[in-house]
Design a binder for this molecule. Structure first.
Ligand SMILES: Cc1cc2nc3c(=O)[nH]c(=O)nc-3n(C[C@H](O)[C@H](O)[C@H](O)COP(=O)(O)O)c2cc1C
Length: 375
């Protein structure tokens, strides 16, 4: 038992469970309610993708194409969804992805989301583009581990100082985003005149980004501070200075995953940034198996993008992911229900994972293999 989970309560959650009665949650209905709660500007920022948003549509459709081949005549009275990720025991393989600007959805911003994830005993990954400081968010952690996402800044001194602060605040892994060397063309944001409201700031990047980003296209302004020369040496440098496991986020090719592991990464996230960077990119549901095969067990493999149901989680695990990350579903739950909404959404995913595994004839994650997706 890892020290941060040393309570009776935590231990009890890792016991195999029987499948509870169903409760309905429809992603489209959640998104509609969130769009009403957020208003058009904030909703456009959260919902939008890059360019013509073809990948955005394709991201969830591509999961649906992996049809399930359930096993029958198995005793599924008790199901175990627990797993160990980077040495940390978790009740389920469902983690919160780093997303920016939670202050658009809730007055408490990322502190509310972190509390919601902690209450669901799930890892919260804090974006470095958060509206609350990393220290405020770390204070909401209690016993559940948290990770923090990092962009490498042109100012390497500021990057190193941020990494020190992340480690000192007790985050247990660093997630380095590599698919945004420059900003994607966020057409919807430009069309809808998305701006950073006056009462929100980016406290983790104060100083590094220069003047407070404002006006339409403020994300492109922020991205000016990111270092497009980010390369293999940068990853090696981060692994060396951070003293934390480094997870590289934004990989869709097997050869890139192998390079990341050669350079000391502890894991990779198969991700295309929620379809916000390169519209022509391969959907992660199609890229995952190739990355898993090339990586050949050398480190943890995560995946995100378009995961909207427990069936999608099962598909990802069958294809070889160790865990999945949720982006927009968390933002919409935060916008509609605050911290409790985030907990409810995560617990709904956890409960429905029990049911979907039972219906697939699997009592543990290790029984979710490629045969269950017909491969
Ligand atoms: C509004 C929004 C903001 C995001 N901000 C970040 C960020 O700051 N850093 C990062 O690495 N990824 C960011 N992402 C990408 C997410 O981490 C994740 O890859 C993506 O949302 C997963 O897809 P999904 O939204 O379909 O679940 C953002 C995504 C959204 C929707």
């Amino acid at each position: 038992m890892a020290p941060y989970l040393g309570t009776e309560h935590a231990r009890a959650t890792f016991q195999p469970k029987s499948v509870p009665p169903p409760t309905d949650l429809n992603f489209d209905a959640l998104e509609l309610a969130a769009s009403e709660a957020l208003g058009s500007m904030a909703y456009s920022y959260f919902a939008g993708g890059a360019e013509d948003e073809r990948l955005l549509t394709e991201a969830s459709a591509a999961w649906q194409r992996h049809l399930l081949y359930p096993r029958v005549l198995r005793d599924v009275s008790l199901i175990d969804t627990s797993t160990t990720i980077l040495g940390q025991e978790l009740a389920s393989p469902i983690i919160v992805a780093p997303t920016a600007l939670h202050g658009l959805a809730n007055a408490e911003g990322e502190v509310a989301t972190a509390r919601g994830a902690t209450d669901a005993q799930t890892i919260f990954t804090l974006s470095s583009l958060s509206n609350r400081s990393l220290r405020d968010v770390a204070a909401a952690r209690q016993q559940t581990p948290q990770w923090m996402q990092l962009y490498v800044l042109k100012d390497r001194g500021a990057t190193a100082a941020l990494v020190d602060e992340i480690r000192e605040a007790g985050f247990s892994a660093l997630m380095l985003t590599v698919d945004a060397p420059v900003s994607g063309l966020r057409s919807r944001e430009l069309r809808q005149h998305v701006q950073l409201p006056d009462d929100l700031s980016l406290p983790n990047l104060e100083g590094a980004v220069g003047s407070r980003p404002s006006g339409v296209g403020f994300m492109a302004h922020v991205a000016q501070a990111f270092d497009p020369s980010l390369d293999a040496r940068t990853l090696e440098w981060l692994v060396e200075i951070s003293g934390l496991p480094v997870i590289v986020k934004g990989v869709v090719r097997g050869d890139d995953a192998v390079r990341c592991f050669d350079l000391g990464a502890a894991g990779v996230v198969v991700s295309n940034h929620g379809a916000r960077q390169l519209d022509g990119s391969v959907p992660t549901a199609a890229a995952l198996a190739g990355v898993v095969d090339a990586a050949n067990g050398r480190g943890a493999i995560f995946v995100d993008g378009g995961i909207r149901s427990a069936s999608d989680v099962v598909r990802a695990i069958c294809l070889g992911a160790d865990a999945v990350l949720l982006g927009r579903p968390i933002l919409y739950a935060l916008a509609t229900g605050g911290s409790q909404g985030v907990t409810d959404l995560l617990e709904w995913f956890q409960r429905e994972l029990l049911r979907t595994m039972a219906l697939c004839g699997a009592t543990s994650l290790s029984e979710l293999d490629r045969t269950v997706v017909g491969a």
